[in-house]
Design a protein around this ligand. Structure first.
Ligand SMILES: *Cc1c(COP(=O)(O)O)cnc(C)c1O
Length: 244
């Protein structure tokens, strides 16, 4: 195969994608599902467009960014043709206007007021914004999201709002060394997902259960995830820089 660039990171990304795809396929089969039923998202926060585009050229068709500003800055340099961008980071209400309609799905809806704000701007733009409802699974990383005990009720409340379309649930799991315990945490999320899915409602389509990151995507799939969000296992450790 011809190598057009000497940057060793391109080869790393290719190799990492191959390994992760195989792990996803194995975990899917182990959980009694088809590998094609699991969406594989590349999380691209802090990653330069040249590497994101390389992942896209390797077949990645789903990307997740955490910050509105970072996504909007990088988007003109991304080959987004046929690629679905999602927002996965906490969204402040004053940033809603900038992102509505720019991403296919806002995964991090963690309050009814945020859903209302999204709906307002979506209606102004003449669209319906797809969203996921974030559950607080007790993660040290994400203090955001609805309590598991209140999420059902809130999903129905948000489902009544014109301008948003609920497509599923997302969560960030706590750090947990015990794999079995971790799978149990993910399975509990899956139970909530199925519970809501079974009570059919007009504006609610429980299609996506987004959970699992670089350290726990296999356990997430075993627990029932059908979308995993993987960043550092593809692109390497993130280098954080001060953003003013
Ligand atoms: C950063 C991030 C990820 C990916 O994290 P990795 O551990 O690098 O795979 C997934 N989901 C959310 C919400 C994130 O913020």
């Amino acid at each position: 195969m011809e190598k057009s660039s000497a940057d060793p990171k391109f080869a790393d990304i290719e190799e990492n994608l191959k390994v992760i795809r195989q792990n996803i396929a194995d975990s899917a089969v182990e959980s009694g599902r088809n590998p094609e039923d699991i969406y594989f998202m590349a999380v691209t926060k802090t990653v330069a467009p040249v590497y994101i585009n390389h992942a896209i050229s390797c077949g990645i068709d789903l990307i997740g960014e955490n910050r509105v500003q970072e996504f909007l800055e990088k988007a003109p340099d991304l080959n987004l043709n046929g690629v679905s961008p999602h927002l996965i980071g906490h969204l402040q209400s004053n940033k809603v206007k900038k992102i509505v309609g720019k991403v296919d799905v806002i995964q991090s809806v963690d309050s009814v007021s945020l859903a209302n704000e999204i709906a307002k701007h979506a209606k102004n733009a003449g669209i319906s914004q797809k969203i996921l409802i974030e559950i607080n699974a007790g993660s040290e990383y994400s203090k955001f999201g609805f309590d598991p005990g209140e999420v059902r009720e809130k999903v129905y409340e948000i489902g009544e709002i014109d301008g948003v379309e609920v497509k599923g649930l997302m969560c960030v799991a706590p750090i947990c060394e015990d794999k079995a315990e971790l799978i149990k945490i993910f399975s509990n999320m899956h139970d909530i997902f199925i519970d809501i899915k079974q009570k059919k409602s007009d504006n609610i389509n429980m299609d996506i259960l987004s959970m699992g990151m670089s350290g726990d995507y296999r356990e997430a799939i075993l627990g029932g995830a059908n979308l995993v969000r993987v960043g550092s296992a593809i692109f390497g450790e993130r280098i954080y820089y001060d953003r003013h």
